[in-house]
Design a protein around this ligand. Sequence first.
Ligand code: SPV
Ligand code: MG
Length: 303
Amino acid sequence: MNQAASIAKSIGAVEDPTKMLRNLICSSELSFLMEAHDGLSAAIARQAGFKGLWASGLSISSALGYRDANEASWTEIVDVVERIADASGLPILVDGDSGFGNFNNARLLAMKLLKRGGAGVCLEDKRFPKMNSFVGDRQALADIVEFSGRLKAIKDITGSDLVLVARTEALIAGHGLDEALQRADAYADAGADALLIHSRKSDAGEILAFAKRWQKLPIVIVPTKYYRTPVSAYRDAGISTVIWANHAMRAAVAGMRAVCSRIVAEESIAGVEPEVATLEEVFGLLRYDELISAQDRYLPQHG
Ligand code: SPV
Ligand code: MG
């Protein structure tokens, strides 16, 4: 499938986003995916030098004013993914939550993502509707066989056109390493290309223990809670990919809150002017220069 066609030429089309994402995730070097939740955050991540993006369910939901509990519909998520793809031209691993239903909903989502600029989808072994992994302590896992069917259905319909990452929430749900390993084995057998193991602990102990015992597929992690662990520990453990899952969204929250409070208090925008991005920076990120030269080419010239 020619995904390059759906990516804005002005940004510079990626030849084969799926191949690029597969290379990032499967290479022996540690790779990093940065969260994006809209076109602007995607363009900023690209400018900063990231080679791939994580279309985070939490961050996209938050930006839309929804809770990360499948309140945003799958079509709303797909629309945002398209904006992220067009604005960045980078390969995107999309957070597909639990697939928005059964095997049929999951494969429909995967096919639409493929058409709209996604390079990979990550599916977690929870039920629909899911709840964010760090909210509450009642995370019910999906049945292993039924969830494996969701993975197989995606693999059968997308083949190698989409990178399929299976995510187990076994540790999040309070189970031990054995449950996580059993699930990882089943998901590898179902055709996953990589395995995301998630943890809510503040140290990386259980993640590193998992990586020591399981080497069937590349391992992807999300160190949101164990953020103090240096990445050298992940390199040493042979982990393939780190996802920085929500920091663009959280930076936006902190920045917008500070600016709004100050404008209210000062009844002026003069004080915050040096703190905010210039309009020129915004124009640069979104390639207004390309539009101006296109106008010169395509619009009738007057005077
Ligand atoms: C997300 O970014 O939406 C994730 C990671 O799924 S987490 O919020 O840690 O569950
Ligand atoms: Mg999520």
